[in-house]
Write a protein that binds this ligand. Sequence first.
Ligand SMILES: C[S@@+](CC[C@H](N)C(=O)[O-])C[C@H]1O[C@@H](n2cnc3c(N)ncnc32)[C@H](O)[C@@H]1O
Length: 246
Amino acid sequence: MSEWFEDEVFWREVYPYLFPEIRFLGAGEEIEKLLDLIDFKGETVLDLCCGPGRHSVALAQKGFSVTGVDRTALFLEKARALAKKDNAAVEWVLEDIRKFSRPGAFDLIVSLMTSFGYFEDEQENLNVLDMMYRNLKEGGIALFDMVGKECVARHFQATSSTELGDGIIFLERHRIYNDWCRLSSDWIVIENGKAETFTFSHSLYSGREIRELLLAAGFKEVKLFGDLDGGEYGVDSRRLVVAAKK
Ligand SMILES: C[S@@+](CC[C@H](N)C(=O)[O-])C[C@H]1O[C@@H](n2cnc3c(N)ncnc32)[C@H](O)[C@@H]1O
């Protein structure tokens, strides 16, 4: 049976909610902060699950040699259009991350906006960590931005709703399952009295869990932060940012 993230229609339909203009406007600043955070001196960058390419393009504009990988054709089309508009050269690869392999090719691999942990079979998520390790050069860095288990525990709201304007109501429902290993979310868009539901899920990692998994994959040093500014991963953090050095 195919998994939720393999459904191109899902990504097409959620695109306006997942990627409002403001997300594109903020990408350059996110990249500046991320590069400062790790004091990046390398040249080659892999944007894993690059989506519509907002970070890949920002990285290419800074002069890095960038590869963006994603399995959703529609998003790579948007990424190509963005690169063309911004005059940025990026290598785009339409591929499932389970099949992508370039041993020792990258100084930096980024996985941003909770793009890690989608596979229901946890071994497949661990295989991604192995793949990231293999594809990095010695001394290279894997950088994750995700919602941490502690963030979810602290801020959990089973149901919430937002008015998006034009009479559109956006409902979110969240459910923890598999003994706190996974989070399942429903996004319900109500427009003109009709409701459409989009369901997705991903694994949840505590700071300690992701650190131990990365060390087990071979990484030498793992640092945790609560944001891209380098703030502490503490009780009020909304994000878990992880920098792992090979
Ligand atoms: C939440 S979006 C984040 C996109 C991007 N990192 C950003 O911050 O704009 C997750 C992305 O992961 C991609 N994706 C999910 N599973 C994948 C897989 N197995 N192989 C490649 N791409 C995948 C989706 O197509 C989608 O573009």
